[in-house]
Every structure is written in C-alpha cells, then in structure tokens.
Design a protein around this ligand. Structure first.
Ligand SMILES: NC(=O)c1ccc[n+]([C@@H]2O[C@H](COP(=O)([O-])OP(=O)(O)OC[C@H]3O[C@@H](n4cnc5c(N)ncnc54)[C@H](OP(=O)(O)O)[C@@H]3O)[C@@H](O)[C@H]2O)c1
Length: 327
C-alpha cells in the first residue's frame, strides 16, 4: 500500500509518499480503507524521533482515521461489515491507504458527516471527553477553563463543556477569540494575559469564585496562573506541555485549596481503557453530532502526499480546529 514514510527523523521535508507493507489484521481488528486521516501534534513529535509508536503499533504516523471497512476479524464480524463507514482512534498507522483498527476503537460515522469531518473527531473529542468528564469530573453549573480553546482539542472541549458548565472560559490568541465564542466559550482571554490576569478574569466571570476545573495543554508557563485561578477543591488536568514541562508549584496553595493536579495521555492507555472510553463516547457523545449540538471543526484538508505541508501549517499555530489528510 502507499503510505507516508519518514526518511529520517527531522523537519516536515522528511515526510514522503512511499510504499509500506499492508497491515496485518487480527481476530478483533478491522481492516479499514482510509479515506481521511487527522493530523496531530504527536505526529510532529514522532516525525522528529521524539515520540516513538508504542510497542505493537504501526510505526507509520497517524492516530485517527475515517474510512470504509474492507474486512472484519472473525471475532468482530457481527459488529462491522465490509463497506461500513467508520472513524477510529489508532495507536499509529493513519497516514496510509489501509489501517489496522481494533474494532473496539471504531465508531460509526454520524449521519451527515463526510470522511474528512469524521477524521477530525476521534482524537479531539475522545481526549476532551476523557479529561473533562471521566478524569476531570466536570459537573453541571461549574466554571471551567479551556486553555488554547481554538486548538484541535480545544475546539472539541469547548463544545463538550457547552450546556454543562455555567462558565466556559477560553484562552487563545486574540484572532481566535471569535471562534472560541462561537463554539461555546462564555468568556475569552488573550494568551499573553494568562500570566497576570487569569485569576482575576475567571473570578469576575464566575461571580467571585475561581475555576472548578482547568483543562490545560500549555503546561509549564501556565502552572502558576492555573494554581492561582483554581477554586477550593479545584481540579487541574494537564494533557500537554506545549510551553515546556518545568515550572514552580506553590504546594501551599495546593494544600490550602485542596487542589487535585492530574496528568493524562490517551495514546499510552491500554486497549481495555480505550475500548471503555470509545463505548462511553459512542453512547453519550455521538448522538449529539446527529442533533448538530457537536460538530468537528475542520480547518483545512491536504492530499496525503502533502503531509509535509500540513505539518508546517500545524507548526505555524495558524489553525482553528483540525487539519486532515485526504487519502
Ligand atoms: N494527553 C493526551 O491524551 C493528548 C491528546 C491529544 C492531544 N494532546 C496534546 O494536546 C496539544 C494540543 O493538541 P492539538 O491537536 O489541539 O494542537 P493544535 O491544534 O496544533 O493547537 C495548539 C495551539 O496551542 C496554542 N499554543 C501553542 N504553543 C503555545 C504556547 N507555548 N503557549 C500558549 N499556547 C500555545 C496555539 O493556539 P493559540 O494561537 O490560540 O495560542 C496553537 O495553535 C498537543 O501538544 C497534543 O500533543 C494530548
């Protein structure tokens, strides 16, 4: 099959359309003809040689796809049939014509969405679902902060919070504020003001209280401001360290305010954990796409052969939502 191969670790120019062996599919897997593949920051790190695929996963880049089932493994033939339109979370192997998909990580594409839109769903929405609800325990009426609200993950997180949280506070580059507001943010703050103004701005938005939950992918540079902005019993869920991983932590504030700080990665979770997450999202999240309450935010598509261009675009930070490769 054709696939994007990484000539050697390095910049986007090392990505080339080449040949790779067809995936080997097990009893509980689907063989999927990939029509679209989502681009993720993890792919950029993997291309640089800094984030190798977990053992047993394809070394080809790509953590999410949408396409058509070609063949089902014997143990899952009753669940998916050839021709079914699916989207899926992968441990690797998305930038290719064919992918091995554990059936428990596949979801039927909601009515009305094309393959490119569907490929923009799994990573962003499953990450948001996991960290806001299952780890962050977001409850009705709470005040939540979503950092980098216009990022791929952020655009999903804002929508997931809408209708649940009382205050949805987004931070982002100012040119992305309109997008954040249209996706469910009730308040916005410029990224360069987080350090000095997060606490006061959140308190103003939340009627004098701090944030109950902060969903953060910026990391080190925001830690102090996050701890200061959290309310008593507040939770900070860190999913990335885009600004770096080192910071000073005021443990006194953590004790005094009884804060919880949790880190989480999706890719490293085992098959059972991923299956549980996908099942929960399929039951409670997917119907909300058909009602129009949730929608994938697709910033741009690129032909598979132009994967390097898609990586450059992601590195530029000039994106609201997701980038997708068309296969
Ligand atoms: N742990 C997990 O399970 C998990 C799962 C999925 C993704 N992730 C991680 O989450 C992060 C976001 O992924 P994504 O696909 O949503 O990325 P993305 O769409 O590329 O968006 C990233 C955005 O973050 C903002 N940003 C970048 N560097 C920043 C900095 N130093 N300080 C403040 N803001 C900064 C920029 O938005 P503005 O212009 O608005 O500032 C940028 O556009 C990635 O690091 C990814 O690896 C983690």
């Amino acid at each position: 099959m054709r696939a994007i191969v990484v000539r050697a670790p390095g910049g986007p120019e090392v990505l080339e359309l080449g040949e790779a062996p067809d995936p080997v599919v097990g009893e509980t897997d689907l063989l999927v003809r990939v029509r679209a593949a989502g681009v993720n920051r993890a792919d950029l790190l993997q291309r640089l040689g800094r984030y190798p695929a977990p053992p047993g996963e394809s070394p080809i880049l790509g953590l999410e796809i949408a396409g058509e089932v070609e063949r089902s493994g014997a143990a899952v033939a009753g669940s998916f049939a050839p021709g079914d339109r699916v989207m899926a979370l992968l441990g690797g192997g998305g930038y290719a014509e064919l992918a091995r998909v554990p059936a428990a990580q596949a979801m039927r594409i909601p009515r009305g969405l094309d393959f490119a839109q569907a490929a923009a769903i799994p990573e962003a929405f499953l990450t948001s679902w996991l960290n806001l609800f299952l780890i962050g325990h977001l409850s009705a009426g709470e005040a939540v902060v979503v950092h980098a609200g216009a990022s791929g993950v952020g655009t999903a997180a804002l929508q997931v919070c809408r209708g649940v949280a009382r205050v949805v506070f987004a931070t982002a580059s100012q040119r992305k504020h309109e997008a954040c507001l249209s996706l469910g943010a009730t308040h916005v703050l410029r990224r360069e003001d987080v350090h000095l103004r997060l606490k006061d701005s959140v308190q103003q938005a939340a009627g004098g209280q701090g944030a109950d939950l902060i969903f953060d992918l910026v990391g080190g540079a925001y830690l102090e401001a996050n701890v200061a902005a959290l309310a008593r019993d507040g939770r900070l869920v860190c999913i990335s360290t885009l600004s770096g991983s080192k910071a000073t932590l005021d443990l006194g504030a953590v004790l005094y305010k009884r804060l919880s700080i949790v880190g989480s990665t999706l890719r490293s979770r085992n098959a059972e954990e991923k299956a549980k997450l996908v099942a929960d999202f399929t039951a409670r999240g997917l119907p909300r796409f058909e009602s129009g309450e949730l929608r994938p935010v697709l910033a741009a598509t690129f032909p598979l052969a132009d994967a390097a261009q898609a990586h450059r675009r992601m590195e530029s930070d000039d994106v609201v939502g997701k980038l997708v490769l068309l296969v």
